[in-house]
Design a protein around this ligand. Structure first.
Ligand code: HEM
Ligand SMILES: [Cu+2]
Length: 555
């Protein structure tokens, strides 16, 4: 790539060898450097994670007691709607985009993303979209209240007024979707065309395979959601009747379109997490990733199967029996490629000497919790079981094991693992471990409690409940408050270490990825010289390939 002459921002190139502190300002500027954009994504989405977490604290405060006594019902509806929307569309999905932005060009030996300007635009759509969404709290009738799925006809029964919470919700989501589609085009082009010489597909780290698979899903499935949202917007504001049951519209079609995206979306969130496990586990077990090729192909396999399972969210939505049967089977098929992954993680660390630094703790914790969330997923995929627990806290428990205990933990693993690369500083191991235990234990307390609640019949999306459910709810709420507090040592560690941490060497973990051969933080164009790749990924422990580890001795 020879873009340095055309697309360049305010003389960064000249500065790139200077101290990184002098460059902190670039994180607040419009930059086309994929690394700056990556950090911008990650920092911004973390802000939304905090906001989403705050909303969750209010929800759990309300559920401490059977009565509705903290917030009124419309606000409660708004809180869980915004909590879910923010966590999915402004935390996990864009955080993954940010991490991938930072890592993919480095991991494949490229100087930047294929379309740096498009990359910056895709990012800068998000802050206004997110602020727009939040601004709906200020409307006289408050935010959208129909949950993150926004099913019609409920989502169409909104307080009058052209600009209401639902309207804002739809517009924000369309904007976020446009940003994601731009990102998908950019990621796929980059991975297909910008790999360094010798970086064949089967030499790519599994993280890159994960990004590629997840972004393929974005491209294939996201248009269904965007289309559905546009039609919903028409129904809401222009008097059309695509989804209005009393006027010959069909609300179930909306559900199909919604889940055609939003089921694969769970893998758009989860695949990068699996990719993180595939980087961190081998590095701290000093073992090659077990069954690398199978894992890479299983990644693509999971993505493919996930396109054909969406109806498992609609087992109770007037779905004919033949369709329930079919989608029960396809849903269970996901367990096959997923099992390959779980087996590979286990085999990678089997009988190895584990180095239990913070990234490894989070990766092992997250991978283990995924087994639990995956099992409840397969249970839910069984139609007869799902019919009973659909719309109960069992479902809430299931997906929080996956989206929090697995994916958010994987995100923390990634932050600690690549922190030295991104900042050029080391974080504090003691604070990191404290953060891990303060996350892992309370998260399990909180989200485990939801399973018995659901099996006993407690419905989701309610702000008052029968007193028989209070016991587990108190446990869940106390766990949640601890979990909220766990972000404090994290923030202290990240901010403090970034400012005052000891200098990091280029490759503190003696890891094998290309991102570790360049300086920490990397220069504007990533590599002084584009590397020529001659070795497989994850060649830990193979003396034949020890060159990379030694290259660290330069420091
Ligand atoms: C890989 C990571 C996964 C994530 C991030 C995830 C996420 C979610 C989410 C967010 C929901 C709730 C949607 C809602 O109603 O608001 C959900 C429900 C569901 N999940 Fe998962 N899930 C994962 C894995 C699985 C697996 C492996 C299966 C089955 C093989 C599965 C089967 C289901 C089913 C059947 C439901 C619908 C339950 C119901 O509403 O009655 N999930 N999941
Ligand atoms: Cu699903």
């Amino acid at each position: 790539m020879t873009h340095d002459s055309s697309i360049n921002t305010d003389g960064e190139l000249n500065n790139s060898s200077n101290e990184s502190e002098q460059n902190w300002r670039r994180y607040f500027s419009f930059s086309t450097d994929h690394k700056v954009i990556g950090v911008q994504y990650m920092a911004m989405t973390f802000m939304f994670f905090l906001i989403g977490g705050l909303l969750a604290m209010i929800i759990r405060a309300e559920l401490l007691t059977p009565e509705a006594n903290v917030v009124d019902r419309p606000l409660y509806n708004g809180l869980f709607t915004m909590h879910g929307t923010i966590m999915i569309f402004l935390w996990i999905i864009p955080f993954n985009a940010g991490l991938a932005n930072y890592l993919v060009p480095l991991m494949i030996g490229a100087r930047d993303m294929a379309f740096p300007l498009l990359n910056a635009i895709a990012f800068w759509i998000l802050p206004p979209a997110g602020l727009l969404l939040l601004s709906s709290f200020l409307l006289p009738n408050g935010t959208a209240q129909s949950g993150w799925w926004s099913y019609p006809p409920i989502s169409l029964q909104v307080p009058p007024g052209y600009i209401n919470g639902e309207f804002i919700w739809i517009v924000s989501l369309i904007l976020i979707g446009i940003s994601s589609i731009m990102g998908a085009i950019n990621f796929l082009t980059t991975i297909f065309w910008m790999r360094a010489p010798g970086m064949t597909f089967f030499r790519m780290p599994v993280f890159v395979w994960s990004v590629m698979s997840a972004q393929l899903l974005q491209l294939i499935n996201l248009p269904a959601l965007t289309g559905a949202l546009i039609l919903l917007l028409f129904d809401l504001s222009l008097g059309t009747q695509f989804f209005k049951p009393l006027e010959n519209g069909d609300p179930v079609i909306y559900q199909h379109l919604f889940w055609f995206y939003s089921h694969p979306a769970v893998y758009i969130m989860a695949l990068p997490a699996f990719g993180i496990f595939a980087e961190v586990l081998p590095a701290f077990a000093r073992n090659p990733l077990f069954g690398y090729r199978s894992v890479a192909l299983a990644t693509l396999g999971i993505a493919l199967v996930s396109i054909f399972v969406w109806v498992h969210h609609m087992f109770t939505s007037a779905t004919p029996n033949w369709m329930r049967m079919t989608f029960m089977v396809t849903s269970m098929l996901v367990a096959v490629p997923t099992g390959v992954k779980a087996f590979a993680w286990t085999a990678t660390i089997w009988r190895s000497k584990l180095h239990l630094e913070t990234p490894m703790l989070f990766a092992m914790g997250g991978a283990t919790m995924f087994i639990f969330g995956g099992i409840t997923g397969v249970m839910l995929a069984a139609t007869p079981f799902d019919i009973h627990v659909n719309n109960t806290y069992f479902v809430v428990g299931h997906f929080h094991y996956v989206v929090f205990n697995t994916i958010t933990m994987a995100i923390f693993a990634a932050i600690y693992f690549w922190f030295p690369k991104i900042t050029g500083r080391m974080y504090s191991e003691g604070w990191g471990k404290l953060h891990f235990w303060l996350t892992f234990i309370p998260a399990n307390i909180t989200f485990f409690s939801m399973h018995p609640l659901g099996l006993q019949g407690m419905l989701r999306r309610i702000s008052s409940y029968d007193p028989q459910y209070q016991g587990w709810n108190i446990i869940a709420s106390l766990g949640a408050f601890l979990l909220g507090a766990s972000t404090l040592p994290f923030i202290a560690n990240i901010v403090g270490s970034w400012l005052y941490g000891p200098r990091a060497v280029n490759n503190p973990w003696h890891a094998t990825g290309l991102e570790w051969i360049t300086s920490s933080p990397p220069p504007r164009d990533n590599f002084e010289e584009i590397p020529i790749v001659k070795r497989p990924p994850y060649d830990y422990g193979d003396p034949k390939y020890s060159v990379l580890e030694n290259s660290n001795n330069r420091d």
